[in-house]
Design a protein around this ligand. Sequence first.
Ligand code: NAP
Ligand code: MG
Length: 403
Amino acid sequence: MERIKMTTPLVEMDGDEMTRILWKMIKEDLLEPYVELNTEYYDLGLEYRNETNDQVTVDAANATKKYKVAVKCATITPNAARMDEYHLKEMYKSPNGTIRSMLDGTVFRAPIVVKGIEPCVKNWKKPITLARHAYGDVYKNTEMVIPGPGKVELVYTSADGTETRELVHNFTGAGVAQGMHNLNGSIESFARSCFEYALSTKQDVWFSTKDTISKKYDHTFKDIFQDIYDKEYKEAFEKAGITYFYTLIDDAVARVMKAEGGFIWACKNYDGDVMSDMVSSAFGSLAMMTSVLVSPHGYFEYEAAHGTVQRHYYKHLKGEETSTNSVATIFAWTGALRKRGELDENSSLCQFADRLEKATLATIEKGEMTKDLALITSLENPTVLNSREFILAVRKNLDVLYA
Ligand code: NAP
Ligand code: MG
């Protein structure tokens, strides 16, 4: 078979530990036999980040701006223990944080839905993608413990020195107070990322806040979303046959529980923090969750939502067998290859991505899976495969699709 060619490179960011091992297997066994991979490679493994003083992460983010599509392996976020383990020169920031702030992006997390791994919520048939605003609100708050009677006010001093005041509360006893903020620019980027991603995946967008109670703060979010939608996206949405829908957060929660799935749920920072854990655990497994960073400028970076699976890596180093689930990492690659194919009008690359996903799901549906899934599957007598065997089982099913 002639291998599929790629006209434009994809930015490839390698990573750490067990996911680095899976990365290599996926490339060798599932991608390279079919595709003449054209990637610009950046090694975000902690050793090389340390060697380059983390410059490699910055270079990888810049390359993503250039080529628009990236695929990333899970990476270690250094902490005190990692400082010793890797003899680090400094405690580098999380690569995901660095990349997110350089691309000004929003992270969308979506579960991989497959027969045999049933969501706890019976009527969820399609994935629910959660988009969380990653700036401000309670995560950048200022808090005060109020010891006793007194007045708390919000004061805005404009550039020319004029003051505007709002009373928070006239305390007659002890209590607490907090001030928080957000930025129109950040909310606008969030809105555009959501609308871009909706168009790119042909899914509706639901956005929810509590604007009936928060008449200025949350209402600003609602207005910015509506304004950007009307001015920049309405026509494209109508053409694509998708909708934008705003509702109150409590109404959204009720509707999500009764829905089939198949939409993007955009949430403010705190709501997204809470709801993403609810949605992902209800869908089954962290190892079946993908994550894509979408920037309002149309850059896409795909990865698995889980970490480097450190515990399995140490077993691997001791020569013990591992049964690590590679599905989310495979889907990070298919997401990126499909997007590359779409942008380059390379239909055979898109078709390859579809087929690899199909082969991966078929493997699980036939009862062949890694240990984490075998523990929760509704299929009877699943076959538990080790890390490599699972990838080879996917390869077999993929070969059938190309036969
Ligand atoms: P983790 O890699 O997400 O793994 C936590 C546990 O979840 C594993 O020990 C394993 O449970 C299970 N698990 C996760 N992914 C799995 C998979 N693909 N297959 C099977 N089981 C899976 O989190 P961690 O071990 O706490 O963190 C390791 C490193 O990852 C940290 O240095 C952290 O900084 C980094 N991290 C990176 C990213 C990222 O790059 N996006 C995200 C999160 C964390 P059992 O051990 O019970 O089998
Ligand atoms: Mg959380």
